[in-house]
Design a protein. Sequence first.
Lengths: 289, 289
Amino acid sequence: MERILYYNGVFAPENSVSITPFNRGLLYGDGLFETMRAYSGRVFRFAQHLNRLAEGLQVLRIEPCPPAADIERAVYELLDRNKLSDASIRLTLFRGDGEGFEPQNDRASSLLISARQFGNYRAEDYAQGFRVHMVFMRRNLYSPLSRIKSINYLDNILGRFEARDNNAQEALFLNSNGWVAEGATANIFMLKNKTLITPPADAGILPGITRAAVLEIARSINREVQEQTFSPEELLRSDEAFLTNSLMEIMPLVMVDERPVGSGIPGPLTRALHQHYRELVEKELQQSI
Amino acid sequence: MERILYYNGVFAPENSVSITPFNRGLLYGDGLFETMRAYSGRVFRFAQHLNRLAEGLQVLRIEPCPPAADIERAVYELLDRNKLSDASIRLTLFRGDGEGFEPQNDRASSLLISARQFGNYRAEDYAQGFRVHMVFMRRNLYSPLSRIKSINYLDNILGRFEARDNNAQEALFLNSNGWVAEGATANIFMLKNKTLITPPADAGILPGITRAAVLEIARSINREVQEQTFSPEELLRSDEAFLTNSLMEIMPLVMVDERPVGSGIPGPLTRALHQHYRELVEKELQQSI
């Protein structure tokens, strides 16, 4: 069966979806996206993803946007039509078509949704943890693009290239002030003297939905939590560290280039938080049915 | 007559060109573009535009790219088919299709070319000069994207919004170190004590084709030229200033926000250089026939 996509109100086989050459995504990367995960047919923290999308739309001055309820309905129908239960879902919203550099705001925005089967990262990834490579690129504190999930995504792609060149699974981006910011597609946490620390929202990061869930979990188990900047050296001297995003959830971070983070093996709090995270997913899944 | 576009080897009416939803421009802004100007049916400095495109492809690791001769042929056939003589031409090159964040490099890149009638900016624009607004966003010295013309173009769009909000025609971007870099779609020059000064290529700028032509012209008339950084205050204290790009050529810059640049009116060197620029265009046009 050919995969079905959603585009502007229509469900169609992927090879019959046709985008005009005036889509501003093509011309200027003028749009936003979200990557979400469905467990047993339910999207985890759907409302939070849609809120983040709405914030991005405001930053980019894109309007109007389809109502959240319509987007939700479309995503669930897409999962149904593709007979998907555990899936990664990508939702891309483009500013209304137009060739000119300065947009005409009377054009309706376009919405593309795709979904594919997604299970879990491999057990050995979690057992071994990820290595990161500190890349040349830095997050620009002087651009609102650092805090929204726009399709201006080339820095991340180049960062991942550089990481792969250096035998690492993920890139480590500093921000323009030299503090640790995030990965190409992940937020970062470290544990230091029993306190869980992650860079704050204004440190040139995309505030992840998984990041927010981890902060919630840590507080709920009375773990001290700080949102504050730290240096790459502090990261190396931490007790343990991990990366988060919707697809990999909570991935141990064990090396920065050739140097171990803490003892260089996945840490006990990382494992415990991942266990709590899966319980949270399970709990919210039950509540939503 | 409906306008004809070129897409991957085919000339077709614009409404019948169809792009797949897996084009990486749509998904990640993963591509490059060039905006060129044709005078009397000849593209000015075509080779330089194609060289810049090739440099961008190398930075993004996009390959293979169609040979320069094929691109040239396609552009001229497109002008013919649209009966265009004085035109602006946009060429967009996308990395090979693929949904995954990390690209598969065995897919061929895609090339989209469009052209439209373009005369000149209005005489009163040149007579009055442009006002710029110094925007919040800064060019990221820690990203190679600052020096290539990628379709990650949102900073420029947001900068232009901010400029329009402030009654200016163009944005003025500083770089992350606080030096003057460029406009949203233009390079910047100032004249100080008879020396023509423009930010160097490594100052977080896109090295413009028009910028290079202006440097050439200034040297050919024995004008002292420096590529060096300067501050917004130095710009205000300059004798005159101007903006350059392929479409507006050389546009006087007369105000930064509410403050005049030099005497606040278009300067004599700006006018003389524009005259020389048009002569250069004419000369190269003659040679190319």
